[in-house]
Design a protein around this ligand. Sequence first.
Ligand SMILES: *[C@@H]1O[C@H](CO)[C@@H](O)[C@H](O)[C@H]1NC(C)=O
Ligand SMILES: *[C@@H]1O[C@H](CO)[C@@H](O)[C@H](O)[C@H]1NC(C)=O
Length: 380
Amino acid sequence: MFTLTLVSLLLASSNALVSASPCVAFDINWNLLAFGLDGKDFNAGAQSSWSSGKRKASEITTSGRPPFDGTNTTCYLSQHALNSFQYENAIYVMSADSKNPSDVYIYDATAKSWSAQTVTTNGFDPSNFAAILDHDTNVFYAMSANQLWNLDMSQQKAATGSALSWNNVGNTPYPSGYNPVMVIANNHIHFLDVPNLSPGQEDIFVIHYSWYQPSPQAYPVSGGNGAVPNQFGHATSFFMDDNTVQQNFAFVPQDGSATYVVNVMSNSTTQMAGPSTKDPKATYFASSNSLVQLTSSGAANYLPFNPSGSNSDAKWAPIQALAAAAPPSSTSASSGSSPTGSSGSGSSGSSSSGSGSGSASGSSSGSPSSGSRFGFPSCS
Ligand SMILES: *[C@@H]1O[C@H](CO)[C@@H](O)[C@H](O)[C@H]1NC(C)=O
Ligand SMILES: *[C@@H]1O[C@H](CO)[C@@H](O)[C@H](O)[C@H]1NC(C)=O
């Protein structure tokens, strides 16, 4: 009897240490979706409806969703595949189910339905990686334990009956201590915070040729002040309204001191205000005109971004529609994860945790300038 009680106490307490990771993403109409927040899922609508506390995000929790009980859960938008005239409009969710850590959950944002895609790891470690989803090919690239892997999602809006497989792409040129910061833009994976590079320099992997560009690319801050620091942080791509490959990405270093938006076509960086909430465990996701921060207490904030104009006045603001529907926990952002005892999905406000964050897609091939930039013919 006593033993049983002890065992269940131990079970209960180890359960309590499991911290839930919500994540945010956008659908292709730039509605902000928040998953696993207070154990539920929400649609906060488009940017114009975020600042009114009167309009609450609507709950979209439905069956088949992951429990959101993993660590470092990440979300990705599959916007539009190159060889398809239809929009995927699907959100892929990784590390959202502690019992099925390699499953990729798929939310079809048009049909509003979930399915779980079984994935064979082939040696890939689903508990520790950073990943991007390539825009045009809809292939994931992930770095884990210094190796590069890929996973082809074809044009899936729902799980298929058969398992997909991670494929090993080989060793990366990086030292073993490198904690990858990866982001996709113009069909190329950009690696930030690479050891021994100067601030403002980034490494590039050209997906179409499976090739690491031998020298880094410089992205100086316009106006001449500072440079993107060599610091761990979170990077995520801005999507394009015309469904073409991303050209801009945001980087927020761990200290939250600034927000950098790198334009990989002009090789330049715009430095903007850092988020008001400096939370190293926050995660980020961008649409075409907003960068959203989800803090570890479950508060969402955004920075408007104008891809074709000035951003000098842009300010971070809270997303009130989401706060009204799912109030952030009282845990302060910097104190990290609030243990949650509840079983099953999500659980209260709780921690979001670090990680490569929900960067999403970029793409290989397609854009005419992508190959020529490095002296390659463009490939399609
Ligand atoms: C950006 O840099 C690359 C090479 O480093 C160069 O080929 C390209 O022309 C540059 N783009 C612009 C707009 O200067
Ligand atoms: C989550 O991500 C952080 C930051 O990259 C990393 O330090 C930690 O080990 C990750 N946790 C797991 C369980 O992968």
